[in-house]
Design a protein around this ligand. Structure first.
Ligand SMILES: NC(=O)c1ccc[n+]([C@@H]2O[C@H](COP(=O)([O-])OP(=O)(O)OC[C@H]3O[C@@H](n4cnc5c(N)ncnc54)[C@H](OP(=O)(O)O)[C@@H]3O)[C@@H](O)[C@H]2O)c1
Length: 341
């Protein structure tokens, strides 16, 4: 087996595709032959600024899908040949040999899930980091209803689906062109964030929809959350205004390094990223969502691999084009590079 990877040699340079060492799995790891790799906003930022990169040459990439070609001695859940989707943990583990932008990636056993034959590789690969991120933030607190600001994004699509599976009432924002897409994820109401007075509209419409009965049912506790996928000052301000209007609540921001300019009275925030371990050293919440929900959800249709992929065929050589597409911004789409046909 010969490995190749897309190397970043320094910030602000093009990816170079060349031979790479083939790392074999240790006892709790598996080795995957990647069939597809998804491109995320993090890779754009890493290429531009070197964010979260401690040394070069560096192999970026978080989302992989493929067949297992080798299992570690203590692996119990997988066999060679299994079709798996996986979170490549180069960033989390501080080790670029675990990066996703290569033909073969070593993955921690608990960072992978088997996928049904009915789900194509290029669809399944849209999920890993988006689902892990959504799960990490969404279940920070107990809510009955949530506003997902950025419902047509990858993380937002996962947050909506997880919230619906958990029985929450979900409101979301998106551009008008993506209303049908977001409605198809079964949100109660979707609002165009580009319209003036959108916060007033959201507050008013949700008040006349399901919120009053939910608030009453919860006896005045904080029951409404905000999931701010975009996490800009404008979007956090808007989520906070909405929460204040409905009696307060908590906003989750996806950017770990982010401090909003202000928070309204009665509004709190949390932020972060999928952790390797929970504060008590046990498995973080997203591991449980993966283990208990992801595979089964894909099998039953409760979890759909959304958004749709824009597939670049032709192997690792197209990774740079994929990062460039993400740099120009995507809308209700995920850029996916197919490594083998
Ligand atoms: N903390 C972590 O570990 C972690 C992990 C993954 C992602 N993230 C962060 O989460 C964010 C989203 O990532 P992603 O992969 O989901 O992004 P994405 O899918 O590339 O986001 C594109 C979407 O964002 C929507 N959007 C842009 N500006 C908006 C606004 N002002 N209000 C509402 N929606 C807006 C667009 O909606 P329309 O086309 O409908 O306008 C578009 O569909 C990024 O900043 C990323 O860095 C953090």
């Amino acid at each position: 087996m010969e490995n190749k990877a897309g190397f970043l040699l320094s910030p602000n340079t093009m990816l170079e595709i060349k031979s790479a060492p083939l790392t074999h799995p240790t006892e709790n790891e598996i080795l995957i032959r990647n069939h597809a790799i998804a491109v995320n906003p993090l890779e754009r930022a890493q290429q531009d600024t070197g964010a979260l990169i401690s040394s070069y040459p560096y192999i970026m990439g978080l989302d992989n899908v493929g067949n297992i070609v080798e299992v570690g001695s203590a692996v119990t859940n997988f066999n060679e040949g299994d079709r798996v989707v996986a979170l490549a943990a180069g960033v989390v583990r501080g080790n670029p040999t675990h990066g996703g932008f290569q033909l073969y990636t070593v993955i921690l056993e608990r960072y992978a899930v088997c996928i049904p034959d009915s789900v194509p590789f290029t669809n399944a690969v849209v999920l890993p980091v988006a689902l892990a991120t959504a799960a990490s933030g969404l279940f920070e607190s107990i809510y009955l209803a949530i506003l997902v600001w950025g419902g047509s994004s990858s993380v937002g699509s996962c947050a909506i689906q997880l919230a619906k599976a958990a029985g929450l009432t979900v409101f979301a924002t998106a551009s008008a062109k993506n209303f049908e897409y977001v409605k198809d994820l079964r949100v109660s109401q979707v609002f165009d964030y580009n319209e003036p007075y959108v916060v007033a509209r959201v507050s008013k419409r949700t008040h006349t929809a399901a919120l009053p009965s939910l608030v009453e049912a919860a006896h005045g506790k904080n029951v409404v959350g905000g999931y701010d996928v975009i996490s800009s000052h404008a979007t956090t301000l808007a989520c906070g205004q909405f929460l204040q209007a409905v009696g307060g609540g908590k906003i989750f921001c996806t950017r770990p390094d982010y401090t909003p300019l202000e928070l309204q009275e009665g509004v709190t925030k949390a932020q972060g990223q999928p952790q390797h371990a929970a504060d008590d050293g046990g498995p973080p919440i997203w591991h449980r969502v993966w283990a208990d929900f992801m595979g089964e959800g894909l099998e039953t249709g409760k979890l759909r691999p959304k958004p749709e992929p824009v597939v670049l065929e032709g192997g690792l050589e197209r990774l740079q084009e994929g990062v460039d597409m993400v740099r120009k911004d995507v809308s209700a789409q995920k850029v996916v590079v197919e490594v083998t046909g």
